[in-house]
Ligand binder design. Structure first.
Ligand code: ZN
Length: 626
């Protein structure tokens, strides 16, 4: 005999109990328990943000209102309420981990640009990243963070109330949740699109919408950039003249990654992390006051490789880029990359590389082991140097000294292992290890860049090679701020100081003279103006060329070196004021000799005293001893 189900029992035995028992009456206490469950996933995050003063009350209010949304299906389908809450809970929990993790690591709110950067990097990179930030306390914290909503969920009970009550409640909630849009469209008579934007802005601080909206915006930006960057109908630059038009020439741009120039021996760092470059330094122009405009790869490079800068950040979409101009000048253009962002996925960086005539993607390894050393670029570089075209532009994009640092060099480059000469504030075991690993990765990067210069030299081609890094990296450089990585909201010189070297062949030097004045290599310079330096080096002129923005020009004019997110123009700040307030001379009056504080680095510390770095320019000493 089959077991008798409860429903059958109810049908066979008429229920004489009154319909509205205490059980069925709407319970505010239970309703609040459901609300608490959904609010938890945005509320904890926003509460911490509010009380630690990172941001205002807006996020918290939005979390309160928007968390109501999940109560709608619970009201409408009370029988499945717990299942709905369970599924929604898992989604909310997972997406809230991103913002909680970001808060734990950086003490910052999860912003649009962070989401973009997240989607730009791949899983291998992210896991290396997580690995390098991992701390033991995160596991119990994660366990507690997960346990609390689970306990609430187990105790959830139907809120009760008649279908009509629940329907009205659901309607009221919808009204509250959609209020930003309704208010804008109905009361303020804005357009539907504006109303929609209002709604998006209100939902952004709340899980899981921060990820959903972030992804939608990222896809929009990506297709926008793709359409504009790769458009074939871009108008060419007017009045373009190439003074080397009749000479075969090979111009090479090597772009490094996450390399703080102040950790390089050639810039005066107390450890000799760049013996090879140092050995050839009299063949190089070594610029020592060059700063990235943004501490992130794509954001920095889209300015360095185009007319765009901090004040006009969209010009890379409106005007020809560096690659476009090289093509217009008759160069065959190549892009070799060992960056991992090329794995089948389309990213903003891939789009940039696609502008060239040919690309060589080396790091197609999708496995966890994303360690592919930069020497992988030697062979394709050699091949391209041997190509018969008379005018070649080769861009080599290295993985450089990107974290996790220990994946960037082979064992033979484990040079710095001792802790005796570490700065005294680098005490913790993990910090010491990472400090050494970063220096080893710089040592390997020295080998790679110097080898590329050697290759270029041996090919005896007429031309030059420029090397810079897209941005710096802080690796426990400051005693009062033990941090490794980059954070735009808390900028330091280590995150922005980049190496900038130029090697020129003898024939190129003869035919393209540069007036190497005594202070030229100490000029304050923003990488966002690099486009003009490159064109000046190449001997390419066009209407709109600005020699004031060329670091090698005798007409170079020191302008502000702006850092910060250009989407918030008020937040832009000049490197001088930010890092070297002692040198806060108004930029426009900076004529005549370079003020003492802007002089090149002079070692003030010796490893014997146990302090970081002889590399700290006078400017940075202020940071160490404010
Ligand atoms: Zn980068």
């Amino acid at each position: 005999m089959p077991p008798v189900s409860h429903t059958q029992v109810h049908i066979s035995e008429p229920d004489f109990r009154p319909k509205d028992t205490g059980q069925d009456r709407f319970s505010m206490r239970r309703f609040l328990a459901w609300f608490l469950f959904f609010f938890y996933f945005s509320g904890v995050h926003q509460t911490i943000i509010y009380f630690s003063g990172i941001a205002g009350f807006f996020g918290l209010t939005q979390a309160l209102v928007m968390s109501l949304l999940w109560l709608v299906p619970v009201m409408l389908f009370p029988a499945h309420g717990k299942l709905i809450a369970g599924i929604a809970g898992v989604v909310l929990w997972a997406s809230s981990l991103f913002s909680m993790g970001y808060l734990a690591l950086y003490h910052q709110d999860f912003s649009q640009s962070v989401i973009f950067i997240t989607f730009e990097s791949n899983w291998a990179e992210s896991s290396e990243f997580l690995h390098s930030y991992f701390a033991w306390w995160m596991l119990p914290a994660l366990a507690i963070y997960t346990l609390i909503p689970w306990l609430i969920w187990r105790r959830l009970q139907p809120v009760g109330g008649t279908p009509l009550t629940r329907l009205l409640l659901a309607f009221a909630i919808c009204l509250a949740v959609c209020w930003p849009m309704l208010d804008s469209v109905i009361i303020n008579k804005d357009s539907l699109a504006d109303g929609f934007n209002e709604q998006v802005n209100s939902m952004e601080p709340v899980a899981p919408w921060q990820l959903v909206m972030g992804y939608v915006k990222y896809r929009q930006a990506l297709s926008n950039v793709e359409n504009r960057l790769l458009a074939s109908d871009k108008p060419p630059l007017e009045g373009l003249v190439d003074s080397n038009a009749d000479t075969p020439s090979t111009l090479v741009l090597v772009i490094g990654e996450s390399t703080n120039s102040r950790r390089m021996g050639i810039y005066g760092y107390y450890r000799d992390t760049t013996p090879r470059l140092k050995a050839m330094s009299d063949e190089l122009l070594v610029f020592d006051q060059v700063y990235a405009s943004r501490p992130y790869t794509v954001e920095s490079l889209e300015q360095a490789l185009s007319f765009a800068d901090q004040l006009q950040p969209k010009l890379h979409l409106e005007m020809p880029t560096l690659v476009d101009v090289m093509k217009q000048a008759g160069y065959r253009t190549y892009w070799i990359t060992n960056q991992q962002t090329q794995t089948q996925r389309n990213t903003l960086l891939t789009t940039f590389s696609k502008q060239t005539d040919e690309q060589v993607y080396l790091n197609n390894n999708r496995s966890q082991n994303s360690a592919q050393y930069d020497e992988a670029v030697f062979r394709p570089f050699e091949d391209l140097l041997n190509r018969p075209e008379s005018k070649k532009f080769i861009l080599v994009h290295l993985i450089g000294t990107h974290r996790a640092y220990r994946y960037r060099y082979p064992d033979t480059f484990k040079i710095f292992n001792n802790n005796e000469d570490l700065p005294p504030w680098v005490r913790r075991k993990r910090h010491r290890r990472e400090y050494n690993e970063y220096d080893n990765s710089i040592m390997y990067n020295d080998f790679v860049v110097a080898s590329l210069i050697e290759q270029m030299k041996e090919s005896s081609q007429n031309g030059y090679l420029v090397y810079f890094a897209d941005h710096g990296e802080e690796v426990y450089d400051y005693p009062h701020h033990l941090f490794a990585g980059r954070e735009e909201a808390a900028p330091t010189p280590a995150m922005y100081s980049v190496p900038f070297l130029v090697w020129r062949s003898d024939s190129w030097k003869r035919n393209n003279r540069i007036d190497v004045s005594y202070d030229m290599t100490h000029r304050m310079y923003s990488l966002s103006d690099f486009f003009h330096t490159w064109m000046d080096l190449a001997g390419i002129r066009f209407s709109g060329f600005d020699p004031g923005k060329s670091i090698i020009s005798r007409w170079y004019t020191p302008g502000p070196v702006l850092i910060g997110n250009p989407a918030k123009p008020d937040a832009l700040v000049d490197v001088r004021q930010k890092f070297f307030p002692a040198a806060a001379t108004p930029v426009t009056t900076m004529t005549g000799p370079v003020p003492e504080v802007l002089q090149p680095p002079t070692p003030a510390y010796a490893p014997g005293y146990g302090a970081v770095t002889g590399t700290m320019p006078v400017l940075d000493q202020w940071m160490l001893n404010p």
